[in-house]
Structure formats: structure tokens, C-alpha cells
Design a protein around this ligand. Structure first.
Ligand SMILES: Cc1cc2nc3c(=O)[nH]c(=O)nc-3n(C[C@H](O)[C@H](O)[C@H](O)COP(=O)(O)OP(=O)(O)OC[C@H]3O[C@@H](n4cnc5c(N)ncnc54)[C@H](O)[C@@H]3O)c2cc1C
Length: 500
């Protein structure tokens, strides 16, 4: 196994996409097999060496940034071990190593007529990193988060044991109980907190009746290293019906979203195959459109909002779906000149590029400003979304900080991006962010729907779960990682740990 201890070898691994600059380490190791990773974990455990697991570094909450010790990079673990296409039903499975990127898995799966459905926007992310973050993609409105698609995991525990966990084989009863060897088990009580019943990745996912595998998914590498992953794959759709509708009045965009969601829920309830069933509903406010216009001149001036939506279309559905959408859009009196359709490859590319480019353009702008962006990852229930949206509007109306709002409105999960240009605005932005968090928690929502807590959002998790909830999580962490060597500083401040 390659090991390097000169700063030049790991300087890039001291960062991720969060802009946080606090990383330091003494060594980096690059296992190329699960056994090499396991051996290193045993060495780190014996010598109590702090260890931080590194994926592709696309995380935006500082999770992989090391605070001392060794970095274990998963980039050498990039084998797609097996892809199986079901013979008797659509879809299949893949068995992969954690350093396989989203792009690599999607390309390989496509050769079998299959697709990896969570598909986060950042395709350089490693699947191991997306499991650790419980990441979600644009099509989360239909396909949910990574958790929904994980069938099995190998997890290397901080104490150097390898767990093989298959979904359905480890239902949690009234306590956590993980047998490890010779009759020894890791055991502790369960947290009493309830997690928000919305799209969520914040807080250890464990309660009576939950599956042991779900404790590790979304745990941001604080409980173990995911060293092998079995995922479900869907059937590759023949087409992807995609459209963007631009609105000169923002309220009409929100009305459109509501109607599209209602129609989708209705067809799902009635199990209609040839009907509207949006996979993705995304929102762009006028300022997001201004940023996009810098690159895509085709976006007309004066639009107050846009809604992007798409649906996977299979052969047997074909024209029916297009006709259903045409009738639906017509019934809402939306004019042809407001709509972009994926009627040609060129149009489709343009629409998708627009969707994928926005976070990248924002990040470029933020880099120029020289101050980190402040970006929310809040989600609330359908019922509470109008109140949350109104709160955003009210608080943003008079701010001097440049901002834009975009994201997964289908799941009531918008990213408010504040892009401060000076220290004063940065501090004001942090306060504004705190107000958004407090309001989301008041409305029963989450402080992180998909990006995780990492090192940047620990104080917000405390608001969501309370000090008691954080201590309940810390008990689980200490049970599994008694020397607290793994991913130090991620999710937990050191002060929350107490002798067990
Ligand atoms: C432009 C852009 C767009 C993005 N879009 C999305 C999006 O649509 N949806 C979304 O959810 N996120 C998105 N993200 C965030 C990011 O891509 C995800 O959080 C992703 O899951 C991080 O994967 P990674 O491999 O880069 O992990 P890293 O950043 O390297 O690490 C993230 C965390 O996972 C841990 N980790 C990594 N590998 C393992 C492993 N094998 N076992 C255990 N722990 C591990 C690390 O220690 C760290 O805590 C976006 C980021 C960018 C920059």
C-alpha cells in the first residue's frame, strides 16, 4: 500500500468543496484492496492514530478535511466487481468498491441497459462518499436518497473489524447490538430523538424497527469506512422528457409546482403507468436565472422564476406522456413562448447543462468574492413549505448580500445561496442562515436534507436534536469508536464526549 508523509502528497486532501481551510495531517495512505484498508485500520486502532476517510472531496461541509493524523484515501478502491441485470424483472444490482465515481457507475451500468438512480449532480463524487452523506440527486422527488438504493455494505469499524451488513438482516430492537467476534458485541441504548419526517440526512438514522445498515448510511464516516457496496440499479429509460417553464410572475411558478406535485401524487396513488409522474421538480429564482444568463444568453430578461421538471419515459409510454404534459400545461394557460422542451438533442443538452451548471457558476462567483458561500440545505414537509418559503422571502427582501435561491422544490428542499462580498455581509449572512435554521426546526424540518453536517453545521444539528440528542448520538459513536480516532471533528465537537 502506498504511504506518503510529505505535505505535497496530501495538500489537496486537506480541503473539499466547502472552502474550509483548517486541514492538517501527518500521512496519507492509499489502500488498493479492502484487506489493505482493514490492515491499516488495525494499525491505527492499536496506535490510536486519528484517521480521516477521504472520498473525491466534493463534499461541501468539510467532512473529509482531516484534523491531524492520517488521511485514508479511497481513490485506489475503484473496481466495479459485478453488475447483474435481472432476468425476470426490470433493473439489476451492482457490487462496487467505494472509490467508484457516480460517473463511472452510470457509464458502466448503461452498457447493461441499467441506471444508478440516486445520481447526485456532482458526478465526480465517489459512491462511498455518497453513501456516507446519504446524497440525493435531482430526481430525488421520485427515487429518494442513496439510502433507498443500498442493499448491502461492508463496513470497516474503527476498532479494525469488518462487518458485512445486508439490508433486512439486522432489524434494530430496543438497543444497538452489533456482534463482532467470539461472543463480543458492541451494545448501547438507542437515542430517544425522532428525526424529521422529511427528506433528511442529519442525525444517526436509528430507532426501534430501523435497519442496522441505515445507521451507517449518512453517518459521514464517523462510524466506519464503507469498503464494499451493493446497490440497486433501475432500468435505463429510453427517453428523458425534460422541460423548463419560465414565469414572469413568481406566484404562477409556485402554483405550477403545486399542481404538478398533486398530479404526480395522484397518478402514483392510482398506479397509472401512462401518466404524469415527475421524477424531478426544480426551482430557479430570478437571481439564479441572472447568474445562468451570464452563460446562457437564450434566457430572456425579466423572468421572475423558472421550473425545471423531467420524467423518465419508457418505450411503451412514448407519446402518451408528451400528450399528458401538453394537456396539463395547456390547462394552466401557460403560453408556448414560456416553455423550453427537450424536443431535440440540442435543446435537451441546453436544458440539462443549465441545471448542472448553476452550482458550478455560483462556486466560481464565490471564489472571486473571496468569501465562502453560505448555502442552506433545509427541507420541510409539503404542509409547511409555503410558510418556510414565505419566511425566506421576507428575510431576503431587504438583505444587501447577493443571493439566489434554487433547488429541489419537489421535496420542499431549496438551497438559499448567500454570496457575501465582504466581512460584514459574511457575518450578516451567518445570522440570516441561523434564522432560517431556527424557522425550519420550528416547522419540524431538517437542517440538512442532503449535504450532511460535517465540520460546518455542527451547531445547527444541536438546534435540531437538542444537546440531549447530540449526547445520545455521541454514545453510539463512542460505543463503535471508543478511542474516537475516526473522522475527528465531523458531526461532533470534542466536548460532547463523556466517559461511558
Ligand atoms: C458542484 C456540486 C454539486 C453537488 N450536488 C450534490 C447533489 O445534487 N446532491 C448531493 O447530495 N450532494 C451534492 N454535492 C455534494 C457532494 O457531491 C456529496 O456530498 C457527495 O456525497 C460527496 O462525495 P465525495 O466522494 O466527494 O466525498 P468526500 O467529500 O470526500 O467526503 C464526504 C464525507 O464522506 C466520508 N467518506 C467518504 N468516503 C467514505 C467511505 N468510503 N466510507 C465512509 N465514509 C466516507 C468522508 O469522511 C466525509 O465525511 C455537490 C457538490 C458539488 C461541489
Amino acid at each position: 500500500m502506498l504511504r506518503k508523509n510529505d505535505l505535497d502528497a496530501f495538500i489537496d486532501y486537506l480541503q473539499d468543496s466547502s472552502g474550509l481551510n483548517s486541514g492538517n495531517a501527518q500521512e496519507i495512505v492509499f489502500p488498493e484492496t479492502e484487506q489493505e484498508a482493514l490492515d491499516y485500520f488495525k494499525e491505527a486502532s492499536q496506535n490510536k492514530i486519528p484517521l480521516t476517510i477521504s472520498g473525491a472531496g466534493t463534499g461541501i461541509v468539510g467532512g473529509r478535511i482531516p484534523w491531524g493524523g492520517t488521511i485514508l484515501s479511497t481513490e485506489g478502491l475503484k473496481k466495479i466487481i459485478d453488475i447483474e441485470k435481472f432476468k425476470d424483472k426490470p433493473g439489476g444490482t451492482a457490487l462496487i468498491e467505494p472509490g467508484v465515481s457516480v460517473e463511472q457507475l452510470c457509464e458502466e451500468a448503461a452498457k447493461y441497459g441499467l441506471i444508478y438512480l440516486p445520481d447526485p449532480t456532482e458526478r465526480n463524487a465517489y459512491i462511498g462518499g455518497t453513501v456516507a452523506a446519504n446524497a440525493s440527486g435531482a430526481k430525488g422527488f421520485k427515487y429518494g436518497s442513496t439510502r433507498w438504493h443500498i442493499l448491502g455494505l461492508h463496513v470497516i469499524l474503527p476498532t479494525g473489524q469488518l462487518l458485512n451488513i445486508q439490508r433486512g438482516e439486522g432489524t434494530i430492537k430496543n438497543k444497538l447490538h452489533i456482534p463482532i467476534k467470539n461472543g463480543i458485541a458492541l451494545s448501547c441504548s438507542l437515542p430517544a430523538y425522532s428525526l424529521p419526517k422529511v427528506k433528511n440526512t442529519a442525525g444517526y438514522h436509528i430507532f426501534p424497527g430501523s435497519d442496522l445498515i441505515d445507521l451507517f448510511i449518512g453517518s459521514e464516516g464517523t462510524l466506519g469506512m464503507v469498503s464494499k457496496i451493493k446497490v440497486t440499479l433501475g432500468e435505463l429509460p429510453q427517453q428523458d422528457f425534460t422541460s423548463v417553464i419560465f414565469f414572469k410572475i413568481q406566484a404562477q411558478a409556485l402554483e405550477f409546482v403545486l399542481k404538478l406535485k398533486e398530479r404526480t401524487y395522484q397518478s402514483r396513488r392510482q398506479k397509472k403507468i401512462n401518466d404524469i409522474d415527475a421524477a424531478c421538480i426544480e426551482y430557479f429564482d430570478e437571481y439564479a436565472l441572472d447568474i445562468l444568463r451570464g452563460k446562457y444568453r437564450q434566457i430572456a430578461v425579466g423572468q421572475k422564476a423558472a421550473v425545471y421538471f423531467s420524467q423518465d419515459v419508457f418505450d411503451e409510454q412514448g407519446m402518451n406522456i408528451m400528450e399528458e404534459y401538453a394537456g396539463f400545461i395547456d390547462s394552466l394557460k401557460i403560453k408556448d413562448n414560456q416553455i423550453w422542451f427537450s424536443s431535440s438533442e440540442r435543446n435537451k443538452e441546453l436544458i440539462n447543462a443549465m441545471r448542472y451548471d448553476l452550482p458550478v457558476l455560483i462556486n466560481e462567483r464565490v471564489k472571486e468574492n473571496g468569501f465562502s458561500k453560505i448555502s442552506t440545505d433545509i427541507s420541510v414537509s409539503d404542509y409547511n413549505f409555503p410558510a418556510m418559503f414565505e419566511f425566506y422571502e421576507r428575510r431576503l427582501r431587504n438583505t444587501s448580500i447577493p443571493f439566489c435561491v434554487f433547488g429541489h422544490i419537489g421535496e420542499n428542499h431549496l438551497h438559499v445561496n448567500l454570496m457575501p462580498e465582504n466581512e460584514r455581509d459574511f457575518l450578516k449572512g451567518k445570522n440570516l442562515y441561523l434564522e432560517f435554521i431556527q424557522e425550519a426546526v420550528r416547522l419540524g424540518g431538517t437542517v440538512s436534507a442532503e449535504h450532511g453536517i460535517g465540520k460546518l453545521k455542527r451547531e445547527y444539528l444541536k438546534i435540531m436534536l437538542g444537546v440531549k440528542g447530540i449526547h445520545e448520538m455521541a454514545v453510539i459513536k463512542q460505543t463503535i469508536d471508543p478511542d474516537l480516532i475516526l473522522n475527528q471533528g465531523t458531526i461532533f465537537e470534542e466536548s460532547v464526549f463523556r466517559p461511558l
